[in-house]
Write a protein that binds this ligand. Structure first.
Ligand SMILES: Nc1nc2c(c(=O)[nH]1)N[C@H]1C(S)=C(S)[C@@H](COP(=O)(O)O)O[C@H]1N2
Ligand SMILES: [Mo]
Length: 301
């Protein structure tokens, strides 16, 4: 379907640093995305952002719980019941328990973040998320000082998630972050898109978004968050450890064993659009590189 989409993005369209550093003003300026023009210098660059369309973002998905085709999630994720929903936060926390989605939403301030999304398969989009910082959610449970990592788990419900009836990967889908990555202000839990509730195919009702990492780290439909002192093994790391590492930071200089990561195809650019260069840490280098100082990124891929 990609050939039907019209959109022309360039790297300069996206200025994520301004967007998030000025997020409160950005939010105050507008309820709708992209209406921030003229509200001040910070908003001037934010207004240049050109997100992919709703149609693109909700019809070209990876969500293997509903099948491996890009159009399977849009076709089949409607079967998922997302209310009621609870997220268990456990492990090394002060107040472990099941947190009801309604209570989470009541406690959080929903904000807008326009982020790049770069899939490890070398395609990308720009997505206007709504959500809140993961750090604020973790604060509800109280992170204990011995915690070093965060492990996330997707719902396991094969009656509604038809892909889970097949051993495509090990279910439930699992991902993990180092605690400093989880606490980073760029790391959010998304609850919406374009100021509308998150569609099921995008990971309703709550999905992780870590914009400087390959898309598969951004786990969907999360039901459990565990604070731990042990590095979690994600679903893709377990399946193909020499292809997908724990860190999975977007890096144009470290190729996937089977393809180059130096450039990417923008969804919506059309079939014959030129690939655009992939940016270090997906363009978030200034904000996140300090966390990986001194690490050999080819070794810790
Ligand atoms: N539970 C779960 N989360 C997942 C996936 C998945 O298959 N299952 N796919 C990942 C991959 S590979 C990508 S690129 C993004 C895609 O997010 P999007 O469909 O909202 O663009 O979701 C990630 N989160
Ligand atoms: Mo992906």
């Amino acid at each position: 379907m990609a050939h039907r989409w019209k959109n022309n993005l360039t790297m300069s369209d996206v200025t994520p640093r301004d967007t998030y550093l000025n997020r409160r003003r950005f939010l105050a300026a507008t309820a709708a995305l992209g209406v921030a023009a003229g509200a001040g210098p910070a908003q001037a660059s934010a207004a240049k952002l050109k997100p992919n369309s709703w149609q693109e973002i909700t019809n070209y998905n990876n969500f293997y719980e509903f099948g491996t085709g890009k159009e399977d999630p849009a076709a089949y994720a409607g079967a998922l019941t997302t209310s009621p929903w609870a997220v268990t936060i456990d492990g090394m926390v002060e107040r472990p328990g099941a947190f009801d989605m309604d209570d989470i939403l009541a406690a959080m301030t929903i904000e807008s973040r326009i982020y790049r999304l770069r899939c490890v398969e070398a395609w990308s989009m720009v997505v206007p998320w709504n959500g809140f910082e993961l750090a604020d959610l973790l604060a509800m449970a109280g992170v204990r000082p011995e915690a070093r990592y965060v492990r996330f788990e997707t719902l396991y419900r094969p009656e509604e998630m038809r892909g889970q009836r097949y051993p495509i990967v090990e279910w439930p889908y699992v991902e993990g972050l180092r605690l400093d990555e989880a606490m980073h202000p760029l790391t959010i839990m998304a609850t919406g898109l374009y100021d509308k509730p998150l569609p099921n195919q995008n990971g309703a009702p709550l999905r992780l978004v870590v914009p400087w990492k390959y898309g598969f780290k951004s786990i969907k439909s999360v039901v459990r968050i565990t604070l731990t002192d042990t590095q979690p093994r994600g679903t893709w790391e377990k399946s193909l450890p020499n292809e997908y590492g724990f860190y999975s930071n977007v890096n144009p200089n470290v190729d996937h064993p089977r393809w180059s990561q130096a450039s990417e195809r923008r969804i919506g650019g059309g079939l014959f659009a030129k690939k655009v260069p992939t940016l270090m840490f997906n363009g978030y280098e200034k904000d996140v590189a300090h966390m990986y100082q001194g690490m050999d990124l080819a070794k810790y891929y």
